[in-house]
Design a binder for this molecule. Structure first.
Ligand SMILES: C[S@@+](CC[C@H](N)C(=O)[O-])C[C@H]1O[C@@H](n2cnc3c(N)ncnc32)[C@H](O)[C@@H]1O
Length: 193
């Protein structure tokens, strides 16, 4: 079976071109994007958090799956790359772009939990993990990608990934599944207690 997504949202196509022009190479790959869209579609009035907007490709996939009542918050440190996302997607009333450090945002946020958290940067994944998991609603999903070793990984990063997987899989309050697919994903769902 060829698992290349057959439907690419128009905004993703636009953002790919913008990413190329900006030299941004960290966008999620399209199979991950298609999973984001499906997960977003499972939450008709869902509250969704993305940590690390990049140029907005992940956000565009999420928005393509979201219902009109669903809401997305996307946090990014680099205002220039997030500016590309704001220009393409900012008119959509379902998305709120937050500029700033994801770790500080996680520490300060005191609103409702989220039904889907796509933790796609350091905070919420390699730092502030407990805080990000605290923000996952009962029955909600935490998703991370980029878990398969890459040639450009910094020294020690593979060990950090191994530690992260062990920590997530050791949590009694989440059910987890590894997906050896796309860039290597792990999905964790908070068990309803
Ligand atoms: C893998 S990219 C995000 C890709 C995007 N989620 C997507 O699916 O297309 C990671 C992003 O995290 C941003 N970033 C790095 N450190 C950060 C921090 N401390 N807080 C928030 N964002 C950060 C980077 O600037 C980069 O744009």
């Amino acid at each position: 079976m060829d698992d290349t997504p057959s439907r690419i949202p128009a905004a993703v196509t636009d953002l790919r071109a913008a990413a190329r022009d900006a030299g941004f190479t960290m966008s999620c790959e399209e199979r991950t994007g298609s999973l984001l869209a499906v997960l977003a579609a499972t939450r008709p009035a869902g509250r969704i958090l993305e940590l690390g907007t990049g140029v907005g490709e992940g956000a565009a996939w999420l928005l393509s799956g979201m219902s009109p009542a669903a809401r997305l918050v996307s946090v990014e440190l680099d205002s220039a790359v997030q500016g590309i996302a704001r220009a393409e997607l900012g008119a959509d009333p379902r998305v709120t772009f937050v500029g700033g450090d994801g770790g500080a945002w996680l520490e300060e946020y005191d609103g409702e939990p989220f039904d889907l958290v796509f933790a796609d940067t350091w905070p919420g994944k390699f730092t502030h993990l407990d805080r990000a998991l605290d923000l996952v609603a009962s029955g909600g999903t935490y998703l991370i990608d980029d878990l398969d070793p890459q040639p450009g990984w910094p020294e020690g990063h593979e060990a950090s990934v191994v530690g992260l997987l062990a920590e997530l899989e050791g949590r009694k309050d989440f059910r987890t599944v590894r997906l050896a697919w796309a860039s290597g994903l792990l999905m964790a769902v908070r068990a309803v207690s």
